[in-house]
Design a protein around this ligand. Structure first.
Ligand SMILES: NC(=O)c1ccc[n+]([C@@H]2O[C@H](COP(=O)([O-])OP(=O)(O)OC[C@H]3O[C@@H](n4cnc5c(N)ncnc54)[C@H](OP(=O)(O)O)[C@@H]3O)[C@@H](O)[C@H]2O)c1
Length: 329
């Protein structure tokens, strides 16, 4: 059931790099879909580590200059909000792949704009039907960590059944997806998390869950997913099996460049870089969900009006699963 489309909507804007208070909600005209586009009334959108970093400018060492060259010197030129879940409320000319009232979810990527009550999307772009059984909150939580985990584990590290995997930082957006996907692949998963999240790590499929504050991890692993860049090559090397792969989800500039320039080290491989979303990767993650391999972990759910508070939580890098804001109708 569709609602009348208002003239104006609330949309987030970042006034400068800085603390969560730099996020403001403005009244803005509701965009009109062009030919080939749809207008989506957003029900929920994630507030991710990526949103927090783009707003604060707080990125791993050496990356700050690159960030500012890419997205703006004094303030980010990108609109906030990387992904959304909602309902199609208007169709541009020539759209027949989606229909009015259809539940959809999608990825805006780094151009952003999903922290708004309405978004336009190319119907052939990164927007797909939301599977039955997923709420809009889960739809909002679906892609950010899931696409990253799948890309590093499946495309880059070529994880195989029976391999030993260490997921260091296992219960945030990326880690909670990585544990599920690795366990589904038949890997033997060791997870690290803080003490209060160890049960969650086991529920997601880790056979061993260790408190990262209790002491160093022992053992040999075929794949290490270094979610927060707390291992890097020096810390991971003694734990990597002879053909082991290290996935640097977070890394400073030096480690990222070294991974690109010298990926092969002592028979092992160091993998860095940024996951890039695509419609095909979205569909693969949906297929993993339909196969029972992945369901996003939903943590805090806040109203859109509390977007600055949501950013403050995302700033902590101790989220439980995914944090989502829900838009008022
Ligand atoms: N390369 C890419 O393409 C890509 C894509 C997405 C995200 N990222 C980056 O990946 C990182 C994680 O993103 P996210 O969305 O998963 O963040 P998140 O939801 O905030 O989760 C962070 C996770 O790291 C754990 N953690 C925090 N401090 C730790 C420490 N000192 N040692 C071990 N674990 C620690 C937390 O565990 P507890 O809460 O249990 O303490 C939590 O599980 C961010 O730096 C983000 O920018 C990179």
């Amino acid at each position: 059931m569709t609602h009348p489309i208002p003239q104006t909507m609330l949309a987030a804007r970042i006034t400068a790099y800085g603390a969560p208070q730099v996020i403001v909600l403005d009244a803005r005209p509701v965009p009109r879909p062009k030919a080939g586009q749809v207008l989506v009334r957003v029900h929920a959108a994630p507030v991710t580590a990526g949103d927090a970093r783009l707003r604060s400018g707080d990125v791993p060492r050496g990356m700050g200059l690159l960030l500012r060259i890419a997205i703006g010197w004094r303030k980010p030129r990108v609109a906030p909000g990387l992904a959304f879940s909602g309902e199609v409320v208007a169709l541009g000319a020539g759209v027949d792949s989606l229909s009015l009232g259809q539940r959809v979810f999608g990825v805006k990527g780094f151009k952003g704009g999903a922290h708004a009550q309405y978004v336009t999307m190319d119907a052939a772009g990164m927007i797909l039907p939301l599977p039955d059984g997923l709420t809009h909150e889960q739809g909002a939580a679906f892609f950010f960590g899931g696409i990253t985990a799948a890309e590093f584990l499946l495309d880059k590290a070529h994880l195989k059944a029976g391999e030993r995997v260490l997921i260091a930082g296992a219960t945030g957006a990326v880690g909670s997806a990585a544990v599920q996907i690795a366990a589904h692949m038949g890997a033997q998963v060791t997870a690290t998390a803080s003490a209060q999240n160890l049960d969650l790590a086991r529920q997601l499929g880790a056979s061993t869950a260790l408190d990262y504050r209790a002491g160093p991890v022992q053992g040999q692993f075929d794949v290490i997913v270094d979610v927060m860049g707390t291992y890097l090559w020096a810390g991971a090397k003694p734990l990597l099996s002879p053909h082991g792969r290290l996935c640097l989800i977070t890394a400073d500039l030096g480690s990222t460049l070294a991974a690109a320039l010298r990926p092969h080290r002592a028979g092992r491989r160091v993998i860095g870089g940024t996951a890039v979303e695509s419609r095909a990767k979205m569909q693969r993650l949906i297929n993993l969900h339909l196969a029972g391999a992945y369901t996003p972990v939903l943590g805090d759910v806040l109203p859109f009006s509390q977007l600055p508070r949501a950013h403050a939580i995302a700033d902590s890098f101790h989220k439980r699963g995914n944090l989502v804001v829900t838009m008022a109708p």
